[in-house]
Design a protein around this ligand. Structure first.
Ligand SMILES: C[C@H](O)[C@@H](O)[C@@H](O)C(=O)CO
Ligand SMILES: [Mn+2]
Length: 593
């Protein structure tokens, strides 16, 4: 991965003869400390540490700003962080590159007017139509203080993480395999959105390409044997919902791959889909050079239903294992991969993955259960986070296996980890917590297997959705809450009323913030049938990312004090943060227009 970097711009009062000399060490010291903070705390999705470059000199005016810009030019710098403890000359030192994401940290030390420069250069950025993030600590620090305070550190990291996410998506591909599934609007790919907002290439691959590669053997046969052995050892058989059923003829005659050959087919499907997105040098060794290149895909989806699944095994294994933090080769970078080709949910999965390094969960937002309804059907009261009601997140077996929450944190609590922190025990535990049920032939005539688990830990999570709204364009929904663990009998009663062989996550949104005034209204206001969920309360990170991408946030429950957007957004009004966001995003428009 050609990693996008953060460029740091130590900026200084240009007056030689005493002022500048007295500030050189402190200014460059801020740059080095900010660089270390980012390198020590942030990782790319592939697990590598985020790379930072620092201007070769402090920047006192336009000449040195040009030297810095030239130095950054061939370093793939996606975001610049200007740092200063003093007054500087705003329009002479500002980053005028229209393509970088910008932030400025003004040290809160009163010996020199760093904060005055911060405000001055923010005015310059607002006047020039270049939104920039303003970072200023709440507490005055002594000028020789080298600690970066927690509030400043958080803003530096949230800025850098969002800028890196923007850079990771740029020039990558989103690969749709198949077309629109069952009339799902999110499956209707909006190429303008992917190109102009995310800088991504949209690729289409017909589902017959998967069949071609399986049929002609265009996959690594040695790896296939290994993967099949892993499946036999770790993907244990679950209930067969079809057993004993006398299906109508149309279903019986539709299953093309025999039951005892379906796992082989599903494993090949998963390997082929991965190779289509990422490429695989082994294929070149086999004489399949073009296939070995892949499509530079960091995310994608598979249509499945219905033209494939009405005769061939479904892609639930593929979709689950692509999005998981591990596979038969051990722990690996998750790939946001959308069921039913729901591209807008695939992008939501990608945003969550880029914001956490964790596996994103794909789900139907399927059922709102009020406390009264649960009491009626189970005789039990909902309590804890579930006390105001719960939402059933479940989709035909596509959810990443990390969502079983079988991985354990340092206190032994179930959680979902950055993939690079997964241990062998975590991987085994996630496999142990999952069984694989044969697909419901009424839905999936061609068969296949569905991952089946229930999220077995109470975790903070954030559910995300990208919607396309005529008259606005892309919008984002971000709802924080918790997963809930229900009593076994309550879970069983609720789960068995619906598709009981699919993976379940019980979600209790945090209510009482913004428009999220009830669990019911979270369900009622959700923009589509799917949601992408990641572990952690990371709604603030997603709102920062959305502001960088100029995607307005239509619905969220993130407390006002946690919202970090470019300073110039204040110019679009400050009393109503939602309206401000909409007006600023509408004016600035997409990054790559
Ligand atoms: C099997 C069914 O068609 C499911 O795929 C359907 O309920 C969906 O997931 C719709 O999003
Ligand atoms: Mn669905």
């Amino acid at each position: 991965m050609n990693h996008p970097k953060i460029g740091i711009r130590p900026t200084i009062d240009g007056r030689w003869g005493g002022v500048r000399e007295s500030l050189e060490e402190q200014t460059m010291g801020m740059a080095k400390r900010a660089a270390k903070l980012i390198e020590d705390n942030l990782r790319y999705p592939d697990g590598e540490k985020v790379e930072v470059v620092i201007s070769p000199t402090t920047i006192g005016g336009g000449a040195e700003a040009a030297v810095c810009e030239e130095f950054f030019a061939n370093q793939n710098v996606v975001g610049t962080l200007t740092v200063t403890p003093c007054w500087c000359y705003g329009t002479e030192t500002m980053d005028l590159n229209p393509n970088t994401i910008k932030a400025v940290w003004g040290f809160n030390g009163t010996e020199r007017p760093g904060a005055v420069y911060l405000a001055a250069v923010m005015a310059a950025y607002a006047q020039r139509g270049l939104p920039a993030f303003s970072i200023y600590g709440t507490e005055v620090q002594d000028k020789d203080e080298t600690t970066i305070t927690a509030d400043v550190a958080k803003k530096i990291l949230d800025f850098a993480r969002g800028a890196v996410a923007v850079g990771i998506m740029k020039n990558k591909s989103y690969v749709n395999i198949g077309s629109v599934s069952m009339g799902i609007a999110g499956s209707v790919v909006n190429v303008d959105f992917l190109q102009k907002y995310l800088g991504m290439r949209t690729e289409w691959v017909d589902m017959t390409e998967v069949l071609r590669r399986i049929t002609l053997g265009i996959y690594d046969h040695e790896e296939f044997e290994r993967a099949l052995a892993w499946v036999k050892e770790y993907c244990k058989e679950g209930m067969d919902i079809n057993a004993g059923k006398d299906f109508p003829e149309i279903i019986k005659k539709s299953r093309y791959i025999k039951d005892d050959e379906q796992w082989e087919f599903c494993v090949k499907h998963a390997m082929v889909v991965r190779d289509i997105l990422e490429g695989n040098p082994k294929l070149a060794e086999m004489g399949w050079h073009e296939e070995s290149l892949g499509r530079n895909g960091i995310a994608g989806g598979f249509q499945g239903q219905r033209m494939w699944t009405d005769w061939l095994p479904n892609a639930d294994f593929t979709e689950a294992i692509m999005a998981s933090g591990f596979n038969w080769n051990g722990k690996k970078m998750p790939t946001p991969f959308a069921t039913e080709n729901d591209t807008l949910n695939g992008v939501a999965m990608m945003f969550g993955w880029l914001s956490t390094g964790k596996a994103p969960i794909f789900s139907d937002v399927r059922t709102y259960w009020s406390p009264d309804a649960v009491k009626r059907v189970s005789g039990k009261e909902l309590g804890g986070y579930a006390k105001n009601g719960i939402i059933h997140l479940i989709n035909s077996g596509a959810s990443c296996l990390d969502a079983s929450a079988a991985a354990k944190d340092e206190n032994g609590n179930g959680t979902m980890k950055e993939w690079w922190n997964l241990t062998d025990e975590d991987v085994k535990a996630c496999c142990e917590a999952t069984d694989w049920c044969r697909a419901d032939y009424e839905y999936f005539r061609g068969g296949g297997f569905s991952s089946h688990f229930k999220t077995s830990a109470e975790m903070p999570v954030t559910m995300i959705r990208v919607n396309m709204v005529e008259g606005v364009g892309p919008t984002l929904q971000v709802i924080e809450g918790h997963t809930c663990v229900l009593d076994d009998d309550v879970h069983r009663i609720l789960d068995e009323r619906t598709s009981k062989t699919w993976p379940t996550t019980w979600f209790a949104p945090k209510i009482g913030v913004g428009a999220a005034d009830s669990v019911y209204n979270v369900m009622a206001k959700w923009g589509a049938n799917h949601g992408a969920t990641v572990e952690g309360h990371v709604g603030d990170r997603l709102l920062t990312l959305a502001s960088m991408l100029r995607i307005p946030v239509a619905f969220h429950n993130i407390e006002g004090e946690r919202i970090f957007r470019p300073h110039s957004f204040n110019g679009f009004g400050t009393a109503d943060l939602e309206g401000q966001d909409y007006r600023a995003c509408a004016y600035y428009g997409p990054l790559y227009k």
